[in-house]
Design a protein around this ligand. Structure first.
Ligand SMILES: [Mg+2]
Length: 311
C-alpha cells in the first residue's frame, strides 16, 4: 500500500507479531521516512495529529512512540503528558521529533517523561540507533514484568497476579452488575505424596495439576493461578454459578486422565478438592468475602471425603 493511499491511523504494515512503532507527525514526509526505516522490523502505525495519536495508542498499545513536538491542536508535549498520566500507557517510551535543537525545550520534554530526542531533518543512522536502543529496553522490561507475574515452577499466574486480577474483575463486575466466580482447588494428600515420592515428583505433580487447571478454562478473560503451595484458583468474570459445573467437570476429568498413582491416598490416585463461590460484587464489600466463601466450600469438600467440589 502506498503511504498516501493509507487512511489516517491505518496500519501500514499489518504483521501483528512484530514490535509496534507509532509515529505521530503532521508532516507526511517524516512519516514516510520513519516507515521506510523501520517497516522491515516493526509494525509501523501512524497518526497525523495529537488526538489521533492518543486514540491510536489506546487501540494498538505501541511499544514505542515517535512524537512530533509541533502540531496543530494537541501538540507533542501535551500528548506526552496525557500518555504519562494514563496507567495503561505510561510505560510506553516516547521519543520526540523536534525541528531545531533548543536546550530549554529538551529539558522540558524530558521532564514530560520522554526518553530521547531526534532532530529534524531526520538522520536515518541516528534515528535507527536511538529507536533500536529504546525498543530493546522496552521489550526487555516487558519480559521482566511478565516474569514477575508468573509462578516459576508451573509457568501459570502467581499469587501476585491473582491478587491484582481479582481486584480488577471485582470492580468490573460491580460496575456491570455481573457475577464473578471463584474456584479454589487444593491437591488432596499432597504432603503425603511429597513425603512418599519426594519433592521432584511433587513438583512434577504441581505442573500437571497446573496444566489441568489451565485446560479447564476456555475463555481468554478467565484466569488460572497458583495461589499457594498446592493450591490453585480459577477466576471467571461474568460467570453465574450454574455455568461453573462445565468448568469443574473438565477440571476433574483432566485430573483423572493424568492418572497419577498415589499409594498414600485412600483413593489410590492423585485427586483434588474444590470450593466454589459466585457473587455479584458490591462496591461496599471487598474481594475477601468471595475468597472466604470459596475457602469455606473447599473445607467442606475436604471434610466430606475429598475428590469433589462444593458450592
Ligand atoms: Mg509538525
Amino acid at each position: 500500500m502506498r503511504l498516501d493511499e493509507a487512511e489516517q491511523g491505518e496500519v501500514l504494515t499489518p504483521k501483528r507479531e512484530k514490535p509496534r512503532l507509532l509515529v505521530v507527525d503532521d508532516q507526511a514526509v517524516n512519516v514516510r521516512l520513519i516507515y521506510d526505516l523501520f517497516q522491515s522490523e516493526f509494525s509501523v502505525f501512524m497518526a497525523t495529529n495529537g488526538e489521533m495519536g492518543l486514540a491510536k495508542s489506546r487501540e494498538i498499545m505501541p511499544d514505542i512512540i515517535l512524537l512530533d513536538v509541533v502540531m496543530d491542536g494537541l501538540n507533542g508535549y501535551d500528548l506526552c503528558r496525557q500518555l504519562k498520566a494514563d496507567e495503561t500507557l505510561k510505560h510506553i517510551p516516547v521519543i520526540f521529533i523536534t525541528g531545531q535543537f533548543n536546550e530549554e525545550d529538551e529539558v522540558y520534554g524530558f521532564k514530560m517523561g520522554a526518553v530521547d530526542f531526534i532532530h529534524k531533518p531526520i538522520n536515518p543512522v541516528i534515528t535507527r540507533a536511538r529507536v533500536m536502543t529504546h525498543m530493546q529496553h522496552k521489550l526487555q522490561a516487558d519480559i521482566l514484568r511478565n516474569i514477575s507475574m508468573l509462578d516459576g515452577l508451573t509457568n501459570i499466574a502467581n499469587r501476585r497476579h491473582f491478587n491484582a486480577e481479582i481486584e480488577r474483575m471485582w470492580r468490573n463486575c460491580a460496575r456491570e452488575q455481573q457475577t464473578l466466580s471463584l474456584i479454589i482447588i487444593d491437591i488432596d494428600y499432597f504432603k503425603q505424596y511429597n513425603d512418599h515420592y519426594g519433592h521432584l515428583a511433587g513438583d512434577s505433580v504441581l505442573r500437571k495439576v497446573a496444566e489441568s487447571v489451565t485446560a479447564a478454562i476456555k475463555r481468554p478473560q478467565d484466569l488460572a493461578a497458583r495461589v499457594g503451595g498446592e493450591e490453585f484458583a480459577l477466576l471467571l468474570p461474568n460467570t453465574p454459578e450454574e455455568n461453573l459445573c462445565a468448568v469443574l467437570e473438565r477440571l476433574f476429568t483432566n485430573i483423572r486422565v493424568c492418572d497419577i498413582a498415589h499409594d498414600k491416598s485412600p483413593l489410590g490416585k492423585l485427586s483434588v478438592s474444590a470450593g466454589c463461590s459466585s457473587v455479584i460484587p458490591k462496591n461496599t464489600e471487598d474481594t475477601s468475602t468471595l475468597y472466604k466463601r470459596a475457602d469455606t466450600a473447599l473445607y467442606r469438600a475436604k471434610q466430606q471425603g475429598k475428590n469433589q467440589y462444593v458450592f
